[in-house]
Design a protein around this ligand. Sequence first.
Ligand SMILES: Cc1cc2nc3c(=O)[nH]c(=O)nc-3n(C[C@H](O)[C@H](O)[C@H](O)COP(=O)(O)OP(=O)(O)OC[C@H]3O[C@@H](n4cnc5c(N)ncnc54)[C@H](O)[C@@H]3O)c2cc1C
Length: 469
Amino acid sequence: HTNRTFTIHTPTKYARKEYIGNAANHGEMATVFAKLMIDGKDHGVNAFIVPIRNRDKQPVNGVVIEDCGHKMGLNGVDNGIIYFDKVVIPYENMLDRFAQVNEAGEFETPIPSDNRRFFTMLGTLVGGRIGIPRSALAAGKTGLAIAIKYGDKRRQFGPEGASEVPILNYRMHQQRLMPYLANAYALHFSLQYLTKRFVNRKEDEMQEIEALAAGMKAYTTWNTRDALQECREACGGKGYLSENRIDDLKNDTEIYTTFEGDNTVLMQLVAKNRLGEFRKEFGEMNVSSIFNYVLEQAKTAVTEKNPFATRNTDEAHLKSREFHLNAFKYREKEIVTSAARRFKRLVDDGLDAFDAANVLHPHMMQIADSYLDRVILEQFQAQLDVVQDEGLKEVLERLYHLFALNKISEHKEYYLEQGYMEGSKTKAIRKLVSQLCWEIRQDAVPLVDAFNIPESCLAPIVTNKKGEA
Ligand SMILES: Cc1cc2nc3c(=O)[nH]c(=O)nc-3n(C[C@H](O)[C@H](O)[C@H](O)COP(=O)(O)OP(=O)(O)OC[C@H]3O[C@@H](n4cnc5c(N)ncnc54)[C@H](O)[C@@H]3O)c2cc1C
């Protein structure tokens, strides 16, 4: 206080920060999140701007920087490790939107809880958690554009005496790629929705938006990881050639599942938010809303779980938006309710809250996954409503049906266990998924052209710049 300075210090070797982007060679300034201690009192984590390098690129006195080393991808970014040894910075370098040190050297903040203040500051990271899935989706779309265009050109085998057929005509090839094409469209719409919500955010929506961003980050980056692997294999040996780009796309985006928050940990954050919302809903329930809740449950049992519904294999029913939304909502609600019940039982039986949450970890992944599935489905449905062009609507509807039915099919064990569907229905859905993949194949090339990816970002196997496929 006397000198109006802060001293930034890494107290032990393991308090260092690893993996800082641009730290190893180039960064000159860092935003450092550090515990603020004034006269021995801990005021929680605050943010400070700290010079780490001079203009001549040498670390400043007291700053030690190490290179993280060669990575699987993203080697254009120089990730580094930073330690501080009593680095003195001026008072003005504290980022003081949420907390300040006043003229008398006292700590002041409009958010008294250290924890809440920390999470408010971390809210800044939400922008990154929207950028990462958007970037992952772009990589996934690029991989799909390469694999689908290649599949349309590359011919292998065919009927006796006739010419060979494009590999995209093979049903199995379609079933490997078309669901990812449907996912790409679904994620495109829901990431647009998330971005709009974030741009127009109000303070009281932030918790929900943060949870949605965390979930969409995990959901999209996992989808890209899996889609690119499938795209690589779908291009056969050509897919393995670096010039055909899936190499770099895979290596650079694989880490998206870890940075800006590890996906598994982010899914827990989403699940905690959903459980919190559930608790709030129940906490605020009076006798009449509890009665309505029970009535709602009973109605679901009668309308959706009666033998006619669970065995209904009529195509119009299987393609109805109402059926999809009901099925997605059923899974979401049932999973969150049973997790809350399990948690309460474990705690009532004497388990500590941390251990009880640990027992529930796999269940929590399902809470987050089913919530995200429902949000994405709703956004796809909303998009269908705004499309005017009838031809376009028809094609988008096919993609939508594939997205919805493929998701239901992925969770068929769940629906069978719950008695929500019978085997005849899940079998009919499987057949319809195959049929939709076949139908979408006809429009697959224009559907990836619509991503409008510049030719320079595609691959020689599809742009014909180098040799024939
Ligand atoms: C290329 C790259 C660039 C990066 N850039 C930056 C940067 O610019 N700035 C920055 O601050 N950071 C950066 N990071 C750090 C990144 O954010 C972390 O690596 C990430 O948050 C994961 O933390 P961790 O590495 O400590 O993994 P850990 O926390 O050790 O996780 C290891 C494994 O344990 C699992 N796990 C951990 N906790 C739990 C739990 N509670 N429940 C269940 N499973 C759990 C995880 O799912 C994961 O699979 C970068 C990392 C990389 C690889």
